[in-house]
Design a protein around this ligand. Structure first.
Ligand SMILES: [Zn+2]
Length: 405
């Protein structure tokens, strides 16, 4: 099958006007002009006034929290948000979490996201993601400040993972810790070590809020009090940032994927660069909470690989990465359209250890691609137009299979 559109944005070279993508099985075999292709016996599908793009990659979400959509007010302190979220989820059973995960995955597909890095506590998302035609890195998240429970928590997660559907190219489950403030150092160490044995990166929420910074740097604040209500014997970890704490204790496996990092300073960014950690920015979730401004210029200068995520529907109104890219552009007008699109494509593929396989349209890559409606004005930059606003997605392909068309 050959797909032809007004433009093909490959993220592996300049956009192609009137370009084609030839797909065989689950792979892209050729990208270029129709005249240069071996098109004998191939079906040609024209999608005029559209742009073909690599399928987008959401590098941080929590699909199972979908039932909290629209229920939590903006701008509250993080501990209060956690309390409200717990209340909103009261009474929810496995079936509700499973349905929320399913609806969330379908919403991602509808908006052109073909790969998700999903984090959940219940494990229900794994059952759905294994069955749905979306590529996923679903993580079982563990939490626990009491060091005496670390071994049991870790073992329990590994048991649940072993009972999950088996891993494949399209479904790569793993275990992760929630955050350095909600897990004991022993639990962080055990999970990070186990992550090294699997195919996806180690992922963690880090340096998200001012409260987290105060807890680590100054040994005080609302988040510390909140954590002490859960585990009264918690020792304050004062004097360093959460990233410095992780780095000093050898708790950042090379090639990790850290969500947020809104409050990373220059020293933190140096640690992330040295460990080749990728950072997932979640622009609309950051704005929802009012967390500190994402230090884009410093990350860029240090060469940190940056990705995009939606976070959950408990702190975002939707799961579209087009909306996320548009928000990022509003926050950082100096960022180019190409740079922003890279965060949702090639950069994310690199973070997942699959450069050249995902996030780009080139021979040999997985046939994960989308067509979006866009009547390009040649006087404008095509990338800028793509990231400027929400887009209608006309076709979504995962592993060479059209799943939305
Ligand atoms: Zn999150």
């Amino acid at each position: 099958m050959i797909y032809r559109a007004r433009y093909v944005v490959t993220m592996a070279g300049a956009p192609l006007e009137g370009g084609c993508v030839r797909v065989r099985g689950d792979r892209i075999v050729q990208v270029g002009a129709l005249d240069d292709m071996d098109s004998r016996g191939e079906t040609l599908r024209d999608i005029p006034d559209a742009v073909l793009l690599p399928g987008l990659i959401n590098s941080h979400c929590h699909l199972e929290l979908g039932m909290a959509r629209g229920l939590l007010p903006r701008g509250e302190a993080f501990p209060m948000w956690v309390s409200r979220l717990r209340k909103a989820l009261e009474g929810a059973g496995p079936e509700q979490y499973r349905q929320a995960s399913r609806l969330g995955a379908l919403e991602c597909l509808k908006h052109g996201t073909t790969t998700v890095v999903d984090v959940g506590n219940t494990g229900e998302a794994l059952k759905e993601l294994a069955e749905l035609p979306i590529r996923s890195f679903p993580y079982l998240e563990v939490i626990g400040l009491d060091p005496a429970l670390a071994a049991a928590r870790c073992a329990d997660a590994e048991t649940r993972l072993a009972a999950a559907p088996s891993a494949s190219d399209r479904f790569r489950p793993g275990v992760t810790c929630h955050a350095p403030y909600s897990c004991s150092p022993d639990l962080l160490r055990r999970v990070a070590e186990a992550a090294g044995l699997r195919r996806g990166p180690y992922t963690l929420h880090v340096a998200e809020s001012a409260e987290e910074s105060a807890m680590f740097r100054e040994g005080r604040g609302a988040l510390l009090e909140f954590c002490r209500r859960i585990y009264p014997a918690l020792e304050p970890r004062s004097g360093e940032s959460p990233i410095a704490f992780l780095g000093r204790n050898g708790l950042i496996p090379r090639g990790s994927l850290f969500a947020h990092c809104n409050h990373a300073d220059a020293a933190d960014i140096g640690i992330l660069a040295a460990t080749e950690t990728s950072v997932v920015h979640c622009p609309r979730s950051r704005a929802f909470f009012g967390h500190g401004g994402f230090p884009l210029a410093a990350f860029r200068a240090a060469g940190v690989n940056l990705c995009l995520g939606t976070d959950s529907l408990a702190s975002n109104e939707g799961l579209s990465l087009f909306d996320e890219m548009a928000e990022f552009k509003r926050e950082h007008p100096a960022a180019t359209g190409e740079e922003i699109l890279a965060m949702a494509t090639v950069n994310a593929a690199k973070a997942l250890g699959l450069p050249g396989e995902l996030g780009c349209l080139r021979p040999g890559a997985k046939a994960d691609l989308i067509a979006v409606a866009l009547r390009h004005h040649p006087e404008f930059d095509l990338y800028e137009e793509i990231v400027a606003e929400a887009r209608d997605v006309l076709m979504v392909m995962v592993d060479g299979e059209e799943v939305v068309s």
